[in-house]
Write a protein that binds this ligand. Structure first.
Ligand SMILES: [Zn+2]
Length: 192
């Protein structure tokens, strides 16, 4: 059995992307069987080559790259999200599980956008909401860096927004999120 990892964008086609036969280089192959991996974040397809008849398996994962302001691309990393948020959480009652859960939510939010590349800014944006729910002090710290607060007025405006949000969330549901499976910590994407 041969494994080929294919990175794809969002792909609604049941047959998946066209994959060249790794044995005879025939430009297409037939999908014999498709199933999600146990973690549900990739699709495993058994393929057969119409030319040489050999079989192989591909694992398709949706690639997710973060594009920095410098133009450098790097793979999305939950570990990096956690590292950034952890700084903002210093001295706050936020444990590692909560950080892992937050990073999983951030990744879900970003993946739900369905695009294979996102600007680094959008990662920060996706962090704000779950962090606000987690700890407002950490949120303010993070937001002050992310949004480049320059004056007390910036903090004031943010605190005013937080207050009105607190009032509104008296009726909850406004900021409610769909439940999701964060997965075990070993799913964390290794940072490179
Ligand atoms: Zn072949």
């Amino acid at each position: 059995m041969l494994w080929v990892t294919v990175s794809t964008g969002v792909d609604d086609d049941e047959r998946g992307p066209t994959v060249r036969c790794p044995f005879c280089r025939h430009p297409d192959s037939r999908v014999v069987d498709s199933r999600e991996t146990s973690e549900g974040d990739a699709i495993r397809r058994r393929r057969s080559c119409p030319e040489c008849g050999r079989r192989f398996t591909t694992v398709e994962e949706m690639s997710l790259a973060v594009v920095k302001r410098s133009g450098v691309h790097e793979p999305f990393s939950r570990a990096k999200v956690i590292a950034g948020v952890r700084k903002a959480c210093q001295g706050r009652p936020v444990d590692e599980d909560a950080l892992a859960l937050l990073a999983a939510r951030v990744e879900d939010t970003i993946r739900a956008g369905g695009v294979p590349e996102i600007p680094a800014d959008e990662v920060g944006l996706a962090i704000l909401e779950p962090l606000r729910e987690l700890d407002v002090v950490a949120y303010l710290r993070f937001a002050s860096v992310y949004r480049a607060f320059e004056s007390l007025a910036d903090f004031e405006a943010e605190i005013t927004a937080l207050r009105s949000n607190e009032l509104r969330s008296g009726q909850r549901g406004v900021t409610q999120h769909t439940e999701h499976d964060s997965g075990p910590p070993e799913r964390l994407v290794p940072s490179r």
